[in-house]
Design a protein around this ligand. Structure first.
Ligand code: MLT
Length: 324
């Protein structure tokens, strides 16, 4: 009888007790799934931000690189994970917008995730191996036209930001060249430096350190304004391809159904990381802009994500890009 009474009292109280997971969260290491290879831009941004988030959350954050199919395999892994805050996904404009217009995804990009926060916005650089003779973007376009049967461009797979940048360039210049897919632009840029491929349309976060080191050439930045971190690189508008603007924004999501207070804890850790002067400097050095504080909320990411889907899907679908 006594046991029954205790059980009854416990059951009566359950409705008012916050769930243990949310209350104690996080009580064990968190996994952040990067849907591209290690050493690339998404990996670099994830590592900079999560290193600082660790301090706030008091638990290790392990970066897991689950790459393939332009990030859609890693994003699928997050969609299927338990909604408990211990599996967090990082993605960007192409994984969470473009891929939905190209691939027959087993998840819904807008409905199967809870937005946590946007972390960065950065342009791409049009880059080439040092052996390419062109001195500026106009000469590069002429060189590509004269050699298109042999020119190759490294990408992170069909539909990745690096691939869409290349398609955009081909459409504007009336050129065709071969795309070589990798599991991310981290390994692709190694092959560019090694001279095995000719070109890349790569996020500044990946290429800027190698441009600074003189290992590759940069012809233009895919933006209307020059990068504060590399003001010597002209914009596409200045260099001869007006309008080739691509801004790759990165953000964190968790699986649908993750408790709101868990999302709030993750968001608070990101906001704190993005306010840290050291993190800000490291991101700025990679050509990244940090969204203003009022754009760092889950709600702002949800609204922006939806607007990007509405804006890009018709254009991407019209471009007829097909998975391999
Ligand atoms: C990567 O981390 O490899 C990139 O984000 C790939 C891309 O979409 O260009």
């Amino acid at each position: 009888m006594k046991t029954l009474l205790v059980a009854f009292a416990l059951a009566a109280n359950l409705g008012t007790i916050p769930t243990a997971s949310a209350q104690a969260y996080p009580s064990r290491p968190i996994v952040v799934v990067v849907p591209f290879a290690a050493g690339g831009p998404t990996d670099a941004l994830a590592r900079i931000v999560t290193e600082r988030m660790r301090k706030t959350l008091g638990q290790p954050i392990l970066v897991e690189n689950t790459s393939g199919a332009a990030g859609s395999i890693g994003v699928g892994r997050v969609a299927r994970a338990a909604p408990d805050g211990y599996t967090v996904g990082i993605g960007h404009w192409s994984t969470h917008v473009v891929n939905g217009a190209i691939y027959d995804l087993q998840y819904d990009l807008l409905k199967d995730f809870e937005p946590v926060a946007m972390i960065t916005i950065g342009p791409q650089l049009i880059i080439a191996k040092n052996a390419v003779p062109a001195k500026d973007l106009k000469e590069l376009i002429a060189w590509v036209k004269a050699n298109q049967d042999h020119v190759s461009a490294g990408t992170a797979g069909v539909g990745s930001a690096s691939h869409v940048g290349g398609i955009y360039f081909q459409n504007l210049t009336g050129t065709k060249f071969q795309f070589v897919p990798y599991r991310g632009t981290g390994p692709a840029i190694q092959d560019l430096m090694g001279g095995h491929i000719d070109l890349m349309f790569d996020q500044a976060a990946n290429s800027l350190p190698h441009v600074r080191g003189g290992k590759i050439k940069a012809y233009a930045v895919t933006s209307g304004t020059r990068l504060a971190a590399a003001p010597e690189i002209p914009t596409v508008d200045e260099a001869g391809l007006p309008g080739l603007h691509i801004a790759v924004w990165h953000a964190f999501w968790v699986p649908k159904g993750t408790p709101k207070d868990v999302v709030a804890k993750l968001n608070a850790a990101i906001v704190e990381a993005l306010a840290d002067p050291d993190v800000r400097q490291r991101l700025a050095d990679l050509g990244q802009e940090i969204p203003p504080r009022d754009q760092q909320t889950p709600e702002a990411l949800g609204a922006y994500h939806k607007a990007e889907v509405d804006k890009w899907w018709p254009m991407i679908k019209a471009a007829g890009i097909k998975p391999e």
